[in-house]
Design a protein around this ligand. Structure first.
Ligand SMILES: *[C@@H]1O[C@H](CO)[C@@H](O)[C@H](O)[C@H]1NC(C)=O
Length: 487
């Protein structure tokens, strides 16, 4: 590879030869490579070089180039790194003189070193970390480190790419001093609940052929903002509880979730509103959402309760839900028997169907627990009749007979249909009053007696006896002889 002659001219003055030759070579040429044929370019014979002891004179750049006097050419003596030699300065050139003696001559040589794309853009750090709040607004800017590419011109740094581009874009911001700041600009808002950690790659690209790149990783931790309110798993919770359930019974547990972190996601439950009749009956555990019974519920007093529960996070965002509590009836009330009217005594000749007693039944339980049936002991001549479910009458069934039974103990038993069934009973004592429905009865239907004739009138012949009369407190009647005895 040879250098390119850019410029050639020579001046002759006062017997001395002055001349200048320029070459242009790329950096990084291997040792021994040809830079240029200076003998030819200066119009010198190689013999003159030898006789004149031609040599390179330089003050600063020591030894990149050597002069071969045999061939009259300039060769690469040591690898030239343009970036080491000139940095970002362009053009970059080596300047030296070739000195000849007898007669003395100075030949000026300029070798321009052109850039090759031998340096990729590079970042000082391999990664950079950011903590960005999810509440950061679109357009928020984050300054990134610049990449450096020691090559110049089109081989130098041209542009940046930022990938993936879901949330951020890269922008170059021209500074007053001509440098460019690299900014990462938030394009679409972050959401910690979707993506807490982002990893992006910033690529710096130069314009060489082939292109070279350098990368830096950008690690982003998205910080939580209280951007999520608690949310109940259900808007309405339904629960049921048996009346008389023990204090402390868990009625239902409500649950809300909050996607935020830490205190932004810590939920506290409280009762937000409750109707008067439910006040003091329920409590909610502020941490667990458990709703417990705090007092006694009585189905006969209230059958449903509605409580509104609020869930709030520490940041003050809230949600609320309704809890509907249904009270389940328990068969805890016995039928209550009221005697509305009652006869203590009834005549034995009362006709069948005569009302003896009217009773009213009340059972405050509901459903089966409140359905009541009444009955009486079955060995007596009475029946229970019901007009409505609440009213019963006790009536006589078949004919009464005081002489058979003068008193009845009537037990009315009323039972509900609950399981287990509850019952009540009352016993009524009923006297049967007498009617004169019985004749006196002789012990025997005929009597035979013997009397001696000529007896004294008034002499007792014999005694007839009538059995007691069954009727109540009837005096035995006088005995009458239907006709006189034959005398
Ligand atoms: C009715 O009950 C009373 C009191 O228990 C008792 O003295 C009486 O003998 C009973 N009468 C009948 C007919 O069972």
């Amino acid at each position: 590879m040879g250098g390119q002659v850019l410029l050639f001219f020579s001046l002759l003055s006062l017997g001395s030869v002055f001349g200048q030759v320029s070459y242009s070579i790329p950096e990084e040429m291997p040792k021994g490579s040809l830079v240029g044929n200076m003998a030819r370019d200066f119009g010198l014979d190689v013999k003159r070089l030898k006789s004149g002891k031609a040599r390179i004179f330089t003050r600063d750049s020591d030894g990149y180039i050597e002069l071969n006097n045999e061939r009259g050419v300039l060769l690469i003596k040591d690898r030239i790194d343009r970036e080491a030699l000139c940095g970002q300065t362009t053009p970059c050139a080596l300047h030296f003189k070739i000195i000849l003696e007898n007669p003395m001559e100075f030949l000026s040589v300029t070798i321009e070193i052109t850039d090759i794309n031998d340096n990729p853009p590079s970042f000082e750090k391999s990664d950079v970390k950011f903590k960005i709040s999810e509440s950061a607004v679109s357009g928020s800017k984050f300054i990134l480190d610049r990449a450096v590419d020691s090559d110049v011109g089109s081989n130098g740094l041209q542009t940046y790419k930022l990938e993936p581009a879901d949330h951020f874009v890269v922008r170059l911001h021209e500074q007053a001093d001509g440098t460019k700041n690299v900014e990462m600009v938030l394009d679409k808002p972050l959401d910690r609940e979707k993506n807490e950690h982002l990893s992006l790659v910033l690529t710096a690209v130069d314009g060489g052929e082939p292109q070279m790149t350098g990368t830096m990783q950008i690690l982003i931790t998205v910080l939580d903002a209280n951007d999520n309110a608690p949310v109940f798993t259900q808007p309405i919770y339904k629960a049921s509880i048996e009346e008389n359930a023990a204090v402390g019974t868990v009625v239902v547990t409500v649950t809300a979730t909050d996607s935020d972190q830490g205190s932004n996601g810590r939920i506290t439950y409280s009762i937000s509103s409750i109707l008067d009749h439910a006040r003091g009956l329920f409590e909610v555990n502020d941490a667990s959402g458990e709703i417990r019974l705090k007092g006694n519920v009585d189905y006969e007093k209230a059958r449903t309760f509605q409580i509104n529960i609020r869930a709030s996070d520490d940041g003050g965002l809230v949600d609320s839900c309704k809890v509907m509590i249904e009270v389940i009836d328990v068969n805890d009330n016995k039928p209550d028997i009221h005697i509305l009217s009652k006869s203590n005594v009834i005549s034995e000749d009362a006709v069948a169907g005569t009302v003896v007693t009217m009773i009213n039944i009340e059972d405050t339980d509901s459903g089966e627990n409140g359905k009541v049936h009444c009955s009486i002991n079955n060995d007596i001549p009475f029946v229970m009749k019901s007009s409505t479910s609440d009213f019963y009458t006790l009536v006589t069934d078949s004919g009464l007979d005081r002489e058979t039974a003068s008193e009845y103990n009537i037990t009315v038993t009323c039972s509900d249909e609950g399981v287990p069934s509850l019952s009540s009973s009352v016993t009524l004592t009923l006297q049967i009053s007498d009617v004169n429905d019985n004749s006196p009865v002789f012990e025997s239907s005929s009597y035979e007696a013997y009397i001696v004739e000529n007896n004294t009138p008034g002499l007792s012949v014999f005694t007839v006896r009538a059995q007691t009369d069954s009727d109540w407190k009837i005096q035995l009647p006088a005995f009458l002889l239907p006709g006189g005895l034959p005398r």
